[in-house]
Design a binder for this molecule. Structure first.
Ligand code: ATP
Length: 470
């Protein structure tokens, strides 16, 4: 099979080397499934987040945004079903005591069979298996842990993080770190209706941290304990709107955001519809937009038609009405909802993977990020750092551009090395101030992707950057 994607190790190494992502608490040996975003990672994350907010909230008259708490009333999670059934099937290696997800071990076992030429399980969907069926599958096929040891029976393991207000020993003080941002939207539904001018159909979005007690390790920022979600609840009247049409529109908006706004190659994306067994019982249709990560096709963004399940549950558990009154007909009803839910960390890993390019001819690594996502839009170099007149002129260029754009400065080493560094972090252009600049107010602008250089008038630089960012 031709190698299409850089390996995860390559991306992890670049991320660490250049300050995109560091393992959390490195100083103390790290913490499983936890990562910190470094100086460049913070910029890239911020750009992805901002693009999402601009696309789906600020430029749409039918959308509003909120920012709810991580700690919500614990009844929220009982009503949403998370306390009862937000779980993964967990098994223990009986010798090493390491923990694994049963569905992942089964998937890996099937993949190995297929690689050896077996067709028996080629259309088998592991997500369709109940925990009990997984137990039978594991016993019948004598599936072992990755270390070759026997494993325990799968048990449902709740993913919600528990903590407490005050003392942990007090059962009544139990509270949960949110497992998704969506519930903060449902619990604010009445407030939003009462305080804004929204009318159905309309959506509410938010970006924020969620927490899940994940046990699968080794997938870098794809699966972390603490992660950022960008979720939307799009409410509508099921009697007036055709849900299938709305659902298709959302799928198109998601796909267009990933390809056009984030610049991801279409060939690395696919849609996967959930089977009846995999889908939550209240959902009428669910699709995942999968990306071709180096460890396989995996979910980047899910979209589900959740009917009126969540609002109904919160009405029942809170005793408060979450009905909508149609201003024209006077009819009251519980709106239905479509939920597109994206993980920002997964989008980040996708963007790095997709942009990573090794240019063998020019012996360089290039992150071909869309300029709008690049941590720095341009790098400003004085040709020589020991010539005050060059440094001063370059400083003035830096100051004027930095008012508008995220710009970086580099006066270290030779120009060739500076270019290589900027290529590796995805800076679209490098601007060099040399002795000619002092004479004629022109600079050398070097393009990241083509490595071509051209002379540009200082007065045209802003325009040049603006057109690049379009
Ligand atoms: P998976 O099956 O991969 O565990 P999920 O179906 O449980 O994901 P959702 O509950 O649909 O995920 O969450 C919405 C989005 O949040 C996902 O599409 C994904 O991008 C992101 N996400 C979920 N769990 C994590 C995690 N542990 N780390 C990073 N991102 C996550």
């Amino acid at each position: 099979m031709p190698k299409t994607q850089p390996s995860l190790e390559t991306i992890v190494a670049l991320a660490k080397r250049r300050g995109f992502v560091f393992p959390t608490s490195n100083l103390y040996g790290g913490l499983a499934n936890s990562y910190d975003y470094g100086p460049l990672g913070a910029e890239l994350l911020r750009n992805i987040r901002n693009e999402w907010w601009t696309t789906f909230i600020s430029t749409r008259p039918d959308m509003v945004g909120i920012d709810s708490q991580i700690l919500l009333h614990p009844k929220t999670w009982i009503a949403s079903g998370h306390v009862g059934s937000f779980s993964d099937p967990l098994v223990d290696d009986l010798v090493t005591k390491k923990r694994y997800r049963a569905d992942h071990l089964i998937e890996e076992w099937i993949e190995r069979k297929i690689k050896k030429g077996s067709t028996e399980f080629s259309s088998f969907v592991v997500e369709d298996l109940s925990v009990k069926e997984m137990a039978t599958f594991i016993t019948e096929n004598k599936i072992l842990s990755p270390d070759g040891n026997p494993i325990s029976e799968p048990k449902a393991f709740n993913l919600l993080f528990e903590t407490a207000i005050g003392t942990v020993a007090d059962d009544k003080a139990r509270i949960y770190m949110r497992g998704e941002t969506a519930q903060g939207i449902f619990t604010n539904f009445r407030n939003i209706l009462d305080s804004t001018r929204v009318q159905l159909p309309f959506g509410v979005g938010q970006i924020g941290k969620s927490f899940r007690n994940e046990i699968t390790t080794g997938q870098f920022v794809f699966r972390t304990l603490e992660f950022e979600q960008a979720e939307i609840e799009y409410f509508f009247n099921p009697k007036e709107a055709d849900w299938q049409k709305l659902f298709e529109n959302w799928k198109e908006s998601m796909h267009s955001f990933v390809t056009n706004t984030l610049g991801i190659k279409e060939k690395n994306l696919r849609w996967r519809q959930h089977s009846d067994a995999e889908r939550s019982f209240y959902s009428k249709d669910t699709y995942d937009l999968d990306y071709n990560f180096s460890f396989g096709w995996k979910e980047l963004w899910g979209v589900a038609y959740r009917t009126d399940y969540d609002l109904k549950q919160h009405m029942e558990h809170s005793g408060q009405s979450l009905e909508y009154r149609d201003p024209h007909s006077g009819e009251t009803f519980i709106p239905h909802v479509i939920e597109p839910a994206l993980g920002i960390g997964r989008a980040f890993l996708m963007v790095l993977t997709d942009a990573y390019t090794e240019d063998a001819e020019k012996k360089r690594t290039v992150l071909k990020l869309k300029p709008s996502l690049a941590p720095y839009k341009a790098a400003v170099f004085p040709l020589l750092k020991n010539k005050p007149e060059l440094v001063e002129k370059a400083q003035a260029v830096y100051d004027s551009l930095a008012k508008k754009y995220s710009i970086t400065w580099d006066a270290r080493g030779n120009i060739g090395k500076r270019y290589l560094y900027q290529d590796e972090i995805g800076t679209p252009v490098c601007i060099t101030i040399d002795f000619d600049t002092l004479e004629d107010d022109t600079v050398t602008v070097r393009d990241r992707d083509t490595t071509e250089q051209e002379r540009i008038k200082l007065s045209n630089l802003e325009e040049y950057l603006a057109s690049m960012l379009q």
